[in-house]
Design a protein around this ligand. Sequence first.
Ligand SMILES: Cc1ncc(COP(=O)(O)O)c(C=O)c1O
Length: 441
Amino acid sequence: MRKRFLKESLSGVSEVWWEIPGHLDVRNNRLYIANTDAEKLAQEHGTPLYVYNGDRIVENFSRIKEAFAASGAKPRIHFAMKANSHLAVLQLLLKQGAWIDAVSVDEVKIALKAGFPRERILFTGTSVSNSELKQLAELSVKINIDSFSQMERMKQLSFKGEASIRWNPGEGAGHHEHTITAGKFIKFGIPEHRIEEAFRKAKAFGFKVGGLHQHIGSGWLGKDVEVFLETVDKTIAVAEKAQEILGKKFEFIDFGGGPGIPYSKDQKQFPLEKYAKGIVGKMEQHGMRAEIAIEPGRYIVGDAGVFLTEVNTVEEKNIPVIGTNSGFNHLVRPAFYGSHHEIIVCGNVGGREKGEFMVAGNLCETSDVFNETKQELRELPIPKEGDILAILNAGAYGYVMASNYNSRPKPACVMLLNGKAHLVSKRETLEDLVRLESEVG
Ligand SMILES: Cc1ncc(COP(=O)(O)O)c(C=O)c1O
């Protein structure tokens, strides 16, 4: 059986470009996450399983702080909790001095539950309802205004809280078309030709507007940093104009999130120094004294998360297929964005006997594959049924985008912190799947 998958030319031990000492290591041909054998974690907690390395999350957060500190700045680092909203992750970041970027009322409530003070939470919603606006006003968090409609309704609701305005700086970037949030054909923010009008209106309404916000998209790397820095320049220029209109200085300018992480070996690390230096430099060039705010999500949690799934079947169909015990219901990025995630055979990382496989899920859907596309097969050491596969870089937009499609419960999540494994989210059960339902008759 094993021989049938063998490739003509064996490339030998796999390249482990993704190794991060102390976080992802290969020892005796086995994968270790935070010095813990990945297969052992799967045995102890079951699969499918999300594993987050809390120490890596802290490291990633600290790296951002340090990059800005090197340029003499101390930004508000709003963690974009849409990337990973586990209470345990939020609490870890709270201790590191994070702020919060929340995009729904319940995200705000979860952040408060995690212990974030309301002053550290910025709500950036889109298509926000009156009922949500009322709740946000009661919760006393800052509201980042996305539309004239929202502003008018905030006036009708006699909004007295703090606000800022999100604009669309005209250019966007992201790892996929779906994640670009500025430029043409984009629903977010106030467009360039109406931004001054927005500030005049906010002033006329008597709103306490303390800042300007942009977010150009998610998961940009390499040359996109230049695009981002151009928008930073434009945003600061608009902030200068807005200060004139409002007749007061801004408290902060928020440049949004988006710094990417390498998902495949051809992608480079995010140039954090260039990014931090670029923002700080442009603020200085303009003589802008407002505080810098940023909203990274993926950069903080993305590479800290590993998704473990078990091999159910290994078979030569019309193509060689590895069938796993999970699917796009648990990690949708490959099916949704065609994203690349490294897949590792945990107990035989560098196995020499390799094959090319479709790594598929257990859902009744053709798109249910963990390869970028169903046509691009993945070279892997030939696994056995029962082996554990690790899907790397699953800490951002993984569990938060999971669903119960095909009536399958969501996986458990474990956080490794200071040498200990903590269950931070239990595995769902059948009872959870039907909890909100009732029978008729
Ligand atoms: C308003 C806002 N801020 C921040 C982010 C975080 O993006 P990322 O996780 O790429 O840093 C997002 C995600 O798209 C967002 O919509």
